[in-house]
Design a protein around this ligand. Structure first.
Ligand SMILES: [Zn+2]
Length: 557
């Protein structure tokens, strides 16, 4: 095996020059140390894996480096001074690291504060590095605050956190804050190329690009992934690792294929779209990654449509850029807005519905239906339709009902705007246009019977529980027996029957009983009521093997 140390540790920057992506911060910190103007407490913030603990150690090194203390001492990358060496090896007696994620209590901080009263043993400063400092308890913060208020001159704190909002303002105000940036993809890529070369990894440049993209600004994630890739290469004795290997390792879908899927959706080809989706499903894609990829592509299309070019800070393969350019033709920015909202709603659905396959199929079919919703409804003005789809996206119907704000003509700008129009207004407008009157869920069942839609009637009665019904909008919950295409079929039928677009959405709430259950219950009640009737009692006594199975009321009119 080539590596005996994990790469993230092996390539952890030991001097500021090696810290990538944080040039300004580096300059500010080192210059201040050079002129001896250092804060009592540093606070380093940033996403995970961006180099906070590394920076903390580098600051500690710089503060205590022998070259900064006596001019005749030397310290360089190749020949570090004793102090720097000890910090690298975590053996420096005056530099103490504490992980607040595991030591959150006041007692842990008390030890530290007790320790802080003593002067440094060998170095200029006694330095406490507290990682994940937001995890400290309230009492622990209070304990720490006292020391921060009046620190001995030889004491320095370096606090690091991913969640700066959780740190009390009293602490914040006593720290000099440094925000570590997300490292951009180009820089991560350059770094990974270097490491890959040094480690004799044979990883294609497309693969390295993909690794840089998925690390999302975290150098550590990028290196860890590269580590996995090189290990995999050694184990499988594969000649070259390419981007497909990476996708397989991470369960990522090929973006170009996703773009092709969107193309089918845009073209309104449900059959082709489902076929393409099924190819993804066979490979066992992760639904959340998949939907996030869709969002990313939608945002790129949006860029192309709004700005005329995709230019982004992400390095995109030329193939993807070309595909996005071609797919953007003939699609409107409104459609992209609708798709975006619906995709986000679907990601939300992942939390409440277990079967990812159903969700994704539903998603794709609904999208083919969403596209061009304007052109399908000639009777309605653009704003009305988009408002309708907006309401479809809204999860909490209650929010809408109360709202009687003036009507705003707009497209999907924000939820406030979406709420401004109540469904009541919408449906009353459309009422006169419809050819059939549907005023209750039961009306739909009767229509299904009249129209000879037996399967639909069956599903409506037995497999659907009504959560709420309004003209134009039905919320349902359902059981596992429900036909996969139920929503699509029902919305198409309703459209044909009423000439209106109906919005059918799945609701988290459990609906009332199914119609079938209700009918059964009613029958049971009637039978038990009838069984108590004196005449029937007498009858049943005569025919002792008879059972009352149904009750029919006579029409009195
Ligand atoms: Zn040094």
């Amino acid at each position: 095996m080539k590596q005996n140390k994990i790469l993230a540790l092996k390539y952890r920057p030991q001097v500021f020059e090696d810290l990538i992506g944080q040039e300004i911060l580096t300059k500010t910190i080192t210059n201040a140390i050079k002129i001896g103007k250092t804060p009592n407490a540093y606070l380093l913030t940033g996403i995970r894996g961006v180099g906070k603990t590394t920076t903390a150690r580098l600051i500690a090194k710089e503060l205590n480096c022998e070259k900064n203390i006596s001019p005749e001492k030397n310290c360089s990358k190749d020949k570090a001074c004793d102090s720097c060496k000890e910090i690298t090896n975590s053996t420096h007696i005056d530099v103490l690291e504490m992980d607040a994620a595991s030591k959150t209590g006041i007692d842990d901080v008390r030890d530290l504060i007790e320790n802080s009263k003593y002067s440094p043993t060998s170095a200029k400063f006694k330095i406490f590095i507290i990682d994940e400092v937001h995890m400290l308890s309230k009492q622990a913060f209070n304990g720490l605050l006292k020391t921060l208020e009046e620190p001995p001159p030889s004491l320095k704190f370096i606090l690091a956190t991913t969640e700066v909002k959780k740190i009390p303002i009293t602490i914040l105000s006593r720290c000099q804050r440094f925000d570590l940036k997300k490292v951009n993809i180009e820089e991560i890529l350059k770094h990974l190329e270097l490491i890959s070369k040094k480690e004799n990894g044979n990883v294609s440049s497309k693969a390295l690009k993909l690794i840089s993209q998925v690390s999302e600004g975290s150098v550590r994630d990028g290196i860890s992934l590269l580590d996995r890739v090189i290990t995999y290469q050694n184990v499988s004795s594969k000649n070259e690792i390419d981007d497909n290997d990476i996708r397989e390792m991470l369960g990522l879908a090929d973006k170009t294929k996703i773009i092709k899927l969107l193309k089918e959706i845009f073209a309104g080809n449900p059959n082709n779209a489902i076929k393409t989706l099924e190819e993804f499903l066979i490979h066992g894609i992760d639904a959340k990654h998949f939907l996030n990829d869709i969002l990313q592509i939608l945002s790129l299309i949006n860029r192309k449509l709004s700005l005329g070019t995709i230019n982004d800070d992400k390095i995109l393969p030329e193939e993807e850029v070309n595909l996005i350019n071609s797919v953007s033709e003939g699609i409107s920015i409104n459609d992209i807005g609708l798709f975006w909202q619906y995709t986000i709603k679907t990601i939300d659905d992942l939390r409440i519905i277990n079967d990812e396959e159903i969700i994704l199929k539903m998603f794709v079919l609904q999208l083919t239906h969403l596209k061009g919703i304007e052109s399908n409804s000639i009777n309605n003005s653009v704003s009305e339709i988009s408002n309708k789809v907006e309401t479809k996206i809204l999860k909490d119907e209650e929010d809408i009902q109360e709202n009687k704000l003036p009507k705003t003509k707009s497209q999907l700008k924000n939820t406030e705007q979406i709420k401004t129009k109540s469904i009541d207004q919408l449906s009353s407008k459309n009422q006169n246009k419809s050819s059939v009157n549907i005023n209750s869920f039961e009306d739909i069942v009767s229509l299904a019977v009249n129209e000879n839609e037996i399967e639909l009637k069956y599903d409506l009665e037995r497999n659907v529980k009504l959560v709420s019904f309004k003209r134009g909008k039905i919320d349902i919950s359902f059981n596992e027996k429900l036909n996969k295409n139920f929503i699509k079929i029902l919305s198409e039928k309703l459209h044909t029957w009423t000439g209106e677009r109906w919005i059918i959405s799945l609701n988290k709430k459990i609906g009332s009983k199914t119609i079938f259950e209700k009918k059964n219950e009613k029958k049971k009640n009637e039978i038990s009521e009838a069984n108590n009737n004196e005449k029937i009692k007498a009858l049943l006594e005569v025919f002792d093997d008879a059972n009352l199975i149904d009750v029919k009321k006579e029409d009195n009119s």
